[in-house]
Write a protein that binds this ligand. Structure first.
Ligand code: AMP
Ligand code: MG
Length: 410
C-alpha cells in the first residue's frame, strides 16, 4: 500500500506530453490553448467615436452654452463601417455614429443629446463644449499590436472566444484531448430504463464517469458494460488498449472471487505501478501503463469511484491536455470529521464563505455506497491520518468540485 502523495507522483511521471492540433474557433470552447496568442493589430484598430454625435475640433466648441450655442457647418455623415472621406476643418463638424472612424481633423465627439440633433441642414448647434479626446476611442488604447492576449494552458471560455474573434483568429491552436475508454464491470448491472430483476442494480457509475469526462473537457471514445467474465473482459481490453490514451474501469478490482480486472490487465502485459492506496474510501485503486496508455481501475462503490476519479484521474486528464489542476484550499470544519490511523480520509462535503473565511462540513451520509451524499456537495474534504476525529474549528484541506460554486452567506 502506498500513500496518496506517492500515488499522485507515480501517475504524474507517466503522463505523456500533450500533443497539439488546430481547431476552428467555433469548436474551441472548453479546449486548452497550446500557444501564446498575440494581438495581430491594435485595438481599437482605428480611432473611432464612442458616441452617436458630431465629430468636431474641440477648440471650436469652447464657448458653447445652452443659451449661446456654437454653430458649426455640417460637412458629412459617417456611419459605423464606412471610412470618412472628408476632413473636418475649423468651424466644421460631421455626424459620426458609435464605432465609426473619426474623420481626419476632428479630435472629439459631441454627443447628439448636446446638439440640435441629426436633422438635415447646413448647420448644427452645439450646446456644450468638449475637450480634445472626449468621446473618442483612440487607436491602440486597449491593446497595442503584438501585445500578449492569451497564454498557453488557458481554458477557452466565452471571454477567450470573444477576444480571439475580435482579432479575427478563426483557427485555434489547442492541446489534443486524450481518447478515453470507460467500462463498467459486473453481472449485477442493468441499464437505467430497463426492468430490474431481484439482486440486480442499476449501472450508475458509467453515467457518472461519462459526465465527469465531459466536465473535465475530454471525450469518451468508447464506453461499455462488461460481464464478470475474463474472456469477455480480455477481448474488450485488447481492442481498447490499441485505441485509447486512457482506460478507466469501474468495479472488479478488489479481492472478490469475480474481480477479474487486474488479472486480465496483467495477462495483457499491462505494467502495474500500484494497486492499493492508503485512503478511505477507495483503497483498491489500480494504476498501470501499456506503452503510453494509462490504465486506471476504480473500485465499484460509487463514492469510492467518484473520489478516486477526482483525486487521480481528473488531474491526470488536465495535465494530459496541458491544463493545471486547482490547488487544495484550507477550510475550517464546523462538524467533527472521522480520521483513520493509517489512511487519508476523504468525504464529500459542503463549503461556504462566511465573513471572508471558508467553512466546511462533511456530508451526513458516509458510506462509500451512498451516492446521494454527493448531491449537495461542492467539495471533497481531506484529512491526513490521525488517531482521533478532527473537531469543529480544526483546519482541513478541501478540493472544490470545479463545476460547483461556493456561496457566501455572511
Ligand atoms: P466491485 O468493486 O465490483 O466489488 O463493486 C463494489 C460495489 O459497487 C458493489 O456493491 C457493486 O454492486 C457496486 N457497483 C459496481 N459497479 C457499479 C456500477 N457500475 N454502478 C453502481 N454500482 C456499482
Ligand atoms: Mg463487481
Amino acid at each position: 500500500m502506498i500513500t496518496t502523495t506517492t500515488a499522485r507522483r507515480i501517475i504524474e511521471e507517466k503522463i505523456p506530453a500533450p500533443g497539439t492540433e488546430s481547431v476552428p474557433l467555433t469548436e474551441s470552447s472548453g479546449r486548452i490553448l497550446a500557444r501564446e496568442i498575440k494581438a495581430p493589430f491594435p485595438m481599437p484598430r482605428f480611432t473611432n467615436s464612442a458616441m452617436d454625435g458630431f465629430a468636431v475640433r474641440a477648440v471650436d466648441t469652447a464657448d458653447a452654452t445652452n443659451d449661446s450655442p456654437v454653430r458649426l457647418a455640417l460637412v458629412g455623415s459617417v456611419p459605423a463601417g464606412s471610412p470618412a472621406e472628408f476632413t473636418i476643418e475649423t468651424g466644421a463638424c460631421a455626424q459620426c455614429m458609435t464605432g465609426a472612424p473619426l474623420p481626419v481633423g476632428a479630435d472629439a465627439v459631441v454627443m447628439v443629446e448636446n446638439t440640435s440633433g441629426f436633422k438635415a441642414g447646413k448647420e448644427v448647434a452645439i450646446f456644450k463644449p468638449v475637450t480634445a479626446g472626449q468621446n473618442v476611442r483612440r487607436q491602440g488604447e486597449e491593446i497595442r499590436a503584438g501585445e500578449r492576449l492569451l497564454l498557453p494552458g488557458q481554458k477557452i471560455g466565452p471571454a477567450e472566444m470573444g477576444v480571439m474573434a475580435t482579432f479575427g483568429i478563426g483557427s485555434v491552436p489547442v492541446y489534443r484531448q486524450p481518447r478515453i475508454t470507460l467500462y463498467a464491470t459486473g453481472d449485477e448491472l442493468v441499464e437505467p430504463g430497463q426492468p430490474l430483476k431481484p439482486g440486480k442494480i442499476y449501472n450508475s457509475n458509467l453515467y457518472l464517469l461519462a459526465d465527469l469526462i465531459r466536465k473535465v473537457g475530454a471525450k469518451v471514445a468508447l464506453q461499455a458494460v462488461i460481464r464478470d467474465d475474463p474472456t469477455e473482459l480480455k477481448s474488450f481490453l485488447t481492442g481498447a488498449l490499441e485505441t485509447s490514451d486512457i482506460i478507466i474501469s469501474s468495479g472488479g478490482i478488489s479481492m472478490g472471487k469475480y474481480d477479474y480486472v487486474r488479472r486480465v490487465l496483467l495477462d495483457l502485459e499491462v505494467e502495474q505501478h500500484f494497486w492499493k492506496v492508503a485512503q478511505k474510501p477507495g483503497k483498491p485503486l489500480f494504476f498501470g501503463t501499456a506503452g503510453e496508455t494509462l490504465i486506471f481501475g476504480l473500485p465499484g462503490n460509487p463514492i469510492s469511484l467518484f473520489i478516486g476519479f477526482m483525486e487521480y484521474i481528473w488531474p491526470t486528464i488536465e495535465q494530459g491536455m496541458g491544463a493545471r489542476t486547482g490547488d487544495l484550499i484550507e477550510a475550517t470544519l464546523t462538524e467533527t470529521f472521522p480520521r483513520e490511523p493509517k489512511k487519508v480520509r476523504f468525504l464529500f462535503g459542503k463549503a461556504r464563505i462566511e465573513n471572508g473565511k471558508i467553512y466546511c462540513a462533511p456530508a451526513a451520509k458516509r458510506g462509500s455506497h451512498m451516492l446521494t451524499s454527493a448531491l449537495e456537495a461542492n467539495c471533497i474534504l481531506r484529512a491526513e491520518p490521525g488517531d482521533s476525529p478532527l473537531q469543529p474549528g480544526d483546519t482541513v484541506f478541501i478540493r472544490l468540485l470545479p463545476w460547483k460554486t461556493i456561496k457566501s452567506c455572511s
